[in-house]
Design a protein around this ligand. Structure first.
Ligand SMILES: Cc1cc2nc3c(=O)[nH]c(=O)nc-3n(C[C@H](O)[C@H](O)[C@H](O)COP(=O)(O)OP(=O)(O)OC[C@H]3O[C@@H](n4cnc5c(N)ncnc54)[C@H](O)[C@@H]3O)c2cc1C
Length: 456
């Protein structure tokens, strides 16, 4: 495909990564065109034509920037004037120490911010070929359209891997039986009353838990398609798969009964607890935390209605299964996120083999800045190794074992050790604090060095 060779930056995909990349490049004074196929071409997970739509959980996970690597990534993106983070902060919902957002207003705000930016144009339509020239970022995500996926495969020769994620069901709050359920965050965590009551809890006795596990294991499941490899988004493991791993697995996972007191029966500790979390700011919808599933729809309603408090639940959305597409970045990309074989094309987001909304947006932020700097003739070093951003980009573009490359969340395991600190569990708190202090200093310095490129 021939495209113009002007200094316009073309971004394919207006999801977490593409939206952030566009914002960053546009703020550096570069003209950006976002090519987004929705709403003309749908995916099975997106529900709207909005940019920056969240397809599953409404959580950006931990917001702790001293003890958690994803919280540190939040911090770095905020420091870099990140669109995804500032919009998430604007539409934040109570969720204890996590950053949960009201998904529709969030995506509407991302869309409005980009559409009203003087340097951004949104072109609705599917791109099905790799461009032969120009400046491009491919940020088409886990649900890259089949046509473009085939073009990428033909170009790279590398096998992209398809596997499955799972969506958690959403219930209408008013349909929960409040004679049984109660609002409380574990250990009453949070500063405000809203934070301390961010979760709706449904308690189970031992007999109810045992019956639930039996039903879960017996329920009809959706089969994998022929030729597809089964794999799951880490942290989005289907509930029935967890149950298959052992009868007690759920009680030590999403159904753990700790840090909670049932006001309807304060003297008896529940054997297990199912938690629901707000899915919109109106408070009308709640998602069942950790209950992603590939059970068939009929089976889902039957099994979930066995949960005390959900006997009469109405479901706004049932769970589902999903595909994921990613390239072998360690062999295909340089540390500027460019294709080694076609350096006018960068990749960003989940398709590079990072995993999650935050990581995808982070890779968009970096790719957008690097591409804009190149267009402006002011080459920029990639993110410093000891930042969360840098740890991630260095992992996918070189640190990871290419032969066994699998999608990666940001985590402290990707960070270089800090000299003189104790290893093991005991030294963990000090170690994490040292990682995050070092990362903040390095990220601040990197931003300052590149500040001259920022026009807006
Ligand atoms: C079903 C499912 C559940 C998930 N659950 C979670 C979760 O709970 N938490 C979490 O953090 N992450 C989750 N993920 C991963 C999450 O989707 C990604 O981390 C994040 O959205 C990726 O951002 P992205 O920008 O790379 O892709 P996306 O946000 O998907 O954006 C890609 C965009 O590209 C567009 N596009 C695709 N092909 C083309 C084309 N050929 N031409 C033009 N446009 C195109 C798409 O319409 C889309 O808007 C889930 C993924 C799936 C599929």
């Amino acid at each position: 495909m021939t495209q113009n060779t002007s200094n316009t930056l073309h971004i394919v995909g207006g999801g977490m990564a593409g939206s952030e990349a566009a914002w960053q490049a546009a703020n550096m004074g570069v003209q950006v065109v976002i090519h987004e196929m929705r709403p003309k071409v749908a995916t099975f997970a997106h529900q709207t034509g909005n940019l920056g739509e969240m397809v599953c959980s409404n959580s950006f996970r931990s917001d702790d920037d001293e003890q958690n690597a994803v919280g540190l990534l939040h911090w770095e993106m905020r420091a870099a004037n990140g669109l995804i983070m500032q919009t998430a902060d604007k539409h934040r919902l109570p969720a204890g120490g996590a950053l949960a957002v009201d998904r529709d207003p969030f995506a509407e705000s991302v869309t409005a911010a980009l559409k009203s930016h003087p340097n951004v144009t949104v072109d609705y339509g599917e791109i099905t070929e790799l461009p032969s020239d120009g400046h491009w970022i491919i940020a088409t995500g886990p649900l890259t359209s089949a046509g473009l996926g085939a073009a990428i495969q033909a170009e790279t020769g590398a096998d992209s891997l398809a596997f499955f994620d799972a969506i958690a069901p959403i219930v209408y709050t008013e349909s929960v039986n409040m004679d049984v359920a109660w609002f409380q965050s574990r250990y009453d965590k949070g500063e405000t009353e809203a934070e301390q009551k961010a979760y709706l809890n449904c308690p189970m006795t031992e007999a109810q838990y045992e019956a639930f596990i039996v039903a879960l294991l017996a329920a009809d499941k959706t089969e994998f398609h022929e030729g597809e490899t089964a794999g799951y988004f880490d942290g989005c493991l289907p509930i029935e798969v967890m149950a298959e791993r052992g009868r007690e697995t759920l009680r030590f996972g999403p159904m753990k009964p700790v840090g909670l007191t049932n006001p309807h029966d304060p003297d008896n500790r529940p054997h297990a607890v199912v938690q629901l979390r707000h899915d919109n700011s109106l408070g009308t919808l709640m998602n069942i935390v950790g209950f992603q599933t590939k059970m068939k729809y009929g089976a889902q309603t039957e099994v979930f209605k066995m949960i005390p408090g959900l006997e009469n639940a109405s479901f706004a959305r049932l769970g589902g299964i999903h595909r994921n597409t990613f390239i072998n970045s360690p062999t295909l990309l340089d540390n500027q996120m460019r294709m080694k074989a076609k350096p006018h094309i960068r990749f960003a987001g989940q398709i590079t083999g990072v995993e999650g909304y935050v990581e995808s947006a982070a890779m968009g932020l970096l790719a957008g800045r690097l591409a804009a700097a190149e267009i402006l003739g002011q080459p920029m070093e990639t993110a410093p190794l000891n930042t969360a951003m840098g740890a991630l980009v260095h992992h996918i573009t070189g640190g990871a074992e290419a032969k066994t490359f699998q999608p990666m969340n940001v985590n402290f395991g990707l960070f270089q050790p800090v000299d003189g600190l104790k290893g093991g569990r005991r030294g963990r708190k000090d170690r994490y604090k040292a990682y995050t202090d070092r990362a903040k200093a390095d990220w601040t310095a990197w931003l300052a060095t590149n500040e001259s490129s920022i026009k807006v």
